[in-house]
Write a protein that binds this ligand. Structure first.
Ligand code: FEO
Length: 401
């Protein structure tokens, strides 16, 4: 039995969700699953907007067949060539051999890298700003390089204001019948995954995302149809403003994030005390994470979220504890910047975690260390309470100042 949704009389959702996959891109945990969205437009010519991942290919192909109701497929638009959306291209070509594949030069090159079927005879190459008219519908192609790959483009249907936005405005999370963000508690149940998706997948490319948002601002968008997660038809400006915040590397919330590594609990004890002292000084929205217990993709996302961050790590093999080191490497890789930061180190003999963390953070842009390094020798002592208070004061000023 097929499972298609009518979005408009002539626009059909043919995607599918995967709740079995543990790691998206074999790296990001997705406890809530993920959807691979795809859309058929029925016009004088028929159009398929991207394909899907291998894991849902059986459902996807059945959905496409059902949506077409015996009609041939005239165009496959490839907005993005990452395999979570292009895995079924060869199967589509086998089933619909006369299909024209719409993409830009880079897209066509990538199809040839992934596949050996005859691409050139089917290629319909578009440039930035080109349009394709299929009858009632005209699709304008707007290039969106690095959101998330260099070949990415989005397709704007000028007849109805539908923006087929590729990965942009996507999120982790399987769909469960409700296809639209306004049918869900998006802010309560989805926003954390949307942020984690954005930051980890395209967080490095804020400049390119802002360029795409500027292009999109000129379009009379009525609906955003991404390749993952729910469709947006209400409150679109709210979600776009989240993207603007994330892409410009400004904190989303005033708040204090404390991330620590702790081997035997002494560093953990120190940060719990620091959290309490900050609360005494009026800091609200305090969050403490153990870097060994929390996936690094969550930590990276939370670092982008809050205004003020404490990193606390033991010295381990004369280096930063590996889980904390991984977080700092990932932050650098995602162009993390523009935050107030304080550091705590611990060690029983030669303390070096503080110096190493400082070096790693100094390689990032506009990271402001706002308090002297708190060095703990094995465990925090009463005589260090003043240093904890001093750090709490600086953190309070950062969050509330
Ligand atoms: Fe959902 Fe970049 O692929």
């Amino acid at each position: 039995m097929n499972n298609t949704w009518k979005i408009a009389d002539d626009v059909i959702y043919v995607g599918a969700s995967d709740r079995r996959l543990a790691l998206f891109e074999n790296i990001y945990p997705i406890e809530r699953g993920v959807s691979y969205n795809s859309y058929v437009v029925l016009d004088e010519k028929t159009v398929l907007m991207d394909t899907a991942d291998h894991s849902v290919s059986r459902e996807f192909l059945g959905n496409v067949e059902a949506a077409l109701s015996g009609r041939p497929l005239d165009y496959l638009v490839v907005n993005h060539m990452e395999p979570d959306h292009c895995a079924v291209i060869a199967e589509i070509v086998l089933r619909y051999p006369d299909v024209k594949i719409v993409g830009n030069q880079k897209t066509i090159q990538m199809i040839k890298q992934f596949y050996t079927f005859d691409v050139d005879s089917r290629a319909h190459i578009v440039k930035d700003g080109d349009t394709l008219t299929t009858g009632k519908h005209t699709f304008a192609f707007v290039f969106a390089p690095m959101v998330h790959w260099p070949e990415v483009m989005v397709a704007f249907d000028t007849s109805n204001g539908f923006l087929f936005s590729a990965d942009a405005f996507g999120t982790f999370g399987a769909l469960a019948g409700n296809l639209y963000a306004d049918e869900l508690d998006f802010e309560g149940e989805w926003l954390d995954d949307a942020r984690r998706y954005y930051i980890n997948i395209v967080g490095k490319y804020g400049v390119q995302v802002m360029n795409t948002l500027k292009k999109a601002a000129a379009l009379p968008i009525k609906m955003i149809l991404p390749l993952h997660g729910p469709i947006w038809r209400e409150n679109i400006g709210w979600f776009i403003s989240k993207y603007q915040t994330w892409a410009s590397y400004v904190p989303e919330e005033k708040g204090l994030l404390i991330v620590y590594s702790s081997i035997y609990g002494n560093t953990a004890n120190a940060v719990e005390l620091l959290g309490a002292k900050c609360a005494e000084k009026g800091v609200k929205n305090i969050h403490i994470y153990d870097a060994s217990k929390t996936d690094v993709s969550v930590l990276v996302s939370e670092c982008f979220r809050y205004s003020t961050i404490v990193f606390a790590s033991p010295t381990y093999n004369a280096e930063v504890f590996p889980k904390m080191e991984m977080l700092l490497i990932e932050l650098k890789a995602h162009a993390f910047q523009n935050r107030d930061v304080a550091l705590i180190e611990n060690g029983t003999w030669a303390l070096s975690a503080g110096r190493k963390m400082t070096e790693m953070l100094s390689a990032m842009k506009d990271i402001r260390i706002i308090s002297p390094l708190l060095s703990i020798k094995s465990s925090l002592k009463d005589e260090q309470l003043g240093a904890v208070e001093e750090m709490a004061e600086a953190l309070s000023k950062s969050v509330n100042g």
